[in-house]
Unconditional design. Sequence first.
Length: 244
Amino acid sequence: MKLPLFSIALFFLVLACDSAPSESSVSSMEGEAIAQTGGSISVAAFEQKMKTPGIQILDVRTAGEYQGGHFNNALQANWLDEKEFAERVQHIDKTKPVLVYCASGVRSEEAMNWMKQNGFADVSNLRGGVSAWRIEGKPLASKASREEMSMAAFTASTKTGTVLVDIGAEWCPPCVKMEPILQQLQKEKGTLFSLLRVDGGIDIEVMKQLRSEGLPTFIVYKNGKETWRKQGIVDYATLASAIQ
């Protein structure tokens, strides 16, 4: 009588072991969940997700850190500057996946959580940040900085005619959003004005002298005198009217 009872218990024990998920299957399920909802992910997973069509990449470090090396096509919004961060991320599509990163993964994890709480559907953070990426021997983009524009050069460039000054940067989300409007303005009304670009990450002294407090900022000069100024997103009609 004892032997059959032992055999039955052994049978159920084996059945339970067979039905329990393996460690690899658990890892696979966790990976699928992260891929669907976002989270802190490994370098390999981050690199794979960068290939997703329509992916948006956000560097939450300072502009200076960004200049030292960043991912291609990454936008920038400093997590430590609450006002700047909130203003810039509003121009990022909440319905499309976003990859965030910083130097070590700490700031970007905080930014990821904030973005999820504020309606972003799919946000993933690079665990370990740029440090982990570099340890894996993977490259970052680094654009060679041009020489900083002097105030004398700026003054000379705005001395005659109508000049539209664009204070922005290629890594600034609202600046990127303004680019098609500026291109349309140049195409349709290019004979009426000159476009002077002031880089928000390089031309710091000019920005200070102009008292530019945010990106983008647009200023119109007519024969050396400021006649119009606007910070933030500006529609085509407003810009067209300002240069008339």
